[in-house]
Design a protein around this ligand. Structure first.
Ligand SMILES: Cc1cc2nc3c(=O)[nH]c(=O)nc-3n(C[C@H](O)[C@H](O)[C@H](O)COP(=O)(O)OP(=O)(O)OC[C@H]3O[C@@H](n4cnc5c(N)ncnc54)[C@H](O)[C@@H]3O)c2cc1C
Length: 321
């Protein structure tokens, strides 16, 4: 393992070994780059029993999908190491130092960061425990499995009516739980009525569970509304903290649903030598259509930029957040 020793220089260190990171690593390893993937082992979809919509692998458990991906990367000489990266810094002569929580470190010419995002769920007792099982967000990931089931869309933003109308495509029994969100507009009310989606007023106090299955929600009034699953709209907080000192730009998604690291179509960020992919770059990306990561780190001819001066801002955020 020539690039495992502390101060050897790897072409690309990939931080985060979910689907985006492994896909990038596979391309890089096949391009005969030395590549090391460092992964904390907590992909976003881990709570789900199956990953759907991924052509040729539809229905496969998410961790199995990653295990195949790791084997493919290793098949071309790429290294995949378990561990949590704690620091990323520029080296005075160019390139980066990558530090792990256990004190190990590596030097890299380029970085591909694919640390994903955190789904921030509404603060309702019992909700987090059911996440990815019968508390869901994405109809393309879960809709087929929940087809025709009684569904409750938990409103936490003005977009909830649109979400309910979308889920109506999968089930004729969808209700909008108004919870803490403002009521639908007149136009939305008309659309909801036209599609047979009632609005249930009242704040949701808890999720009801029976025999390890969600059975409904309990409102503050005490009323229990029976449902097979609850649809939520998490806030998508990209895991960008590691990059903050490298001067990337973090922007709010145009829909106001979360923040992501700004990058061009190849994943190139504002920070020279740093590429991003997956949910870190696009909070709406699902695995079956992740942005193609990092073609550019393969271009060896691009010189590594000189280190930034200490006057550089530690992090830039675009206006609006
Ligand atoms: C419950 C649920 C179910 C889903 N189901 C589907 C589905 O059926 N079909 C579909 O197409 N999409 C699905 N998705 C979306 C899918 O999970 C994401 O699109 C996909 O995981 C994004 O891949 P990623 O590589 O960007 O991030 P992740 O898969 O989240 O991978 C990021 C990796 O980086 C690691 N990491 C983070 N910080 C560090 C660090 N400091 N050091 C080292 N490693 C780090 C994490 O541990 C993780 O392993 C689902 C999402 C959820 C929440």
């Amino acid at each position: 393992m020539p690039f495992m020793c502390e101060h050897s220089r790897i072409d690309v260190v990939v931080v985060g070994g979910g689907l985006a990171g492994l896909a990038g690593a596979l391309g890089l390893a096949r391009a005969r780059r030395s590549v090391l993937v460092l992964d904390a082992g907590q992909p976003r979809n881990a709570p789900a029993a199956h990953a759907h919509g991924y052509l040729t692998r539809d229905g496969m458990p998410p961790l199995e999908l990653l295990s195949i991906g790791r084997a493919e990367v290793r098949g071309y000489g790429g290294e995949v190491v378990e561990g949590t990266v704690k620091s990323l810094g520029r080296l005075p002569g160019g390139g980066f130092r990558v530090g792990l929580a256990d004190g190990n470190g590596w030097d890299a010419r380029r970085l591909l960061v694919t640390t994903g995002l955190v789904d921030e769920l509404p603060d309702i007792p019992g909700l987090r425990e059911r996440w990815g099982r019968d508390v869901v967000h994405c109809p393309y990931c879960f809709g087929w499995e929940l087809r025709d089931a009684p569904l409750g869309v938990l409103a936490t933003s003005p977009h909830a009516a649109e979400q309910a109308l979308m889920w109506r495509q999968w089930s004729p029994d969808v209700i909008l739980l108004q919870h803490t969100a403002p009521g639908p507009t007149d136009e939305q009310s008309e659309q909801l009525t036209a599609r047979g989606v009632p609005v249930v007023a009242g704040e949701v106090a808890a999720v009801e569970v029976s025999d390890d299955r969600l059975s409904g929600v309990r409102l503050r009034s005490g009323q229990v509304v029976h449902r097979r699953a609850v649809v939520v709209a998490p806030r998508f907080e990209s895991r960008h903290a590691l990059l903050d000192d490298l001067d990337v730009v973090v922007t709010e998604h145009p829909l106001g649903i979360g923040c992501q690291v700004q990058a061009d179509a190849t994943g190139r960020t504002a920070a020279p030598g740093v590429w991003v992919a997956g949910n870190l770059a696009d909070v709406t990306a699902v695995s079956c259509r992740l942005p193609r990561p990092a073609s550019s780190p393969r271009r060896r001819s691009t010189p590594i930029s000189p280190p930034r001066t200490s006057t550089a801002p530690s992090r830039r955020r675009a206006p609006g957040r």
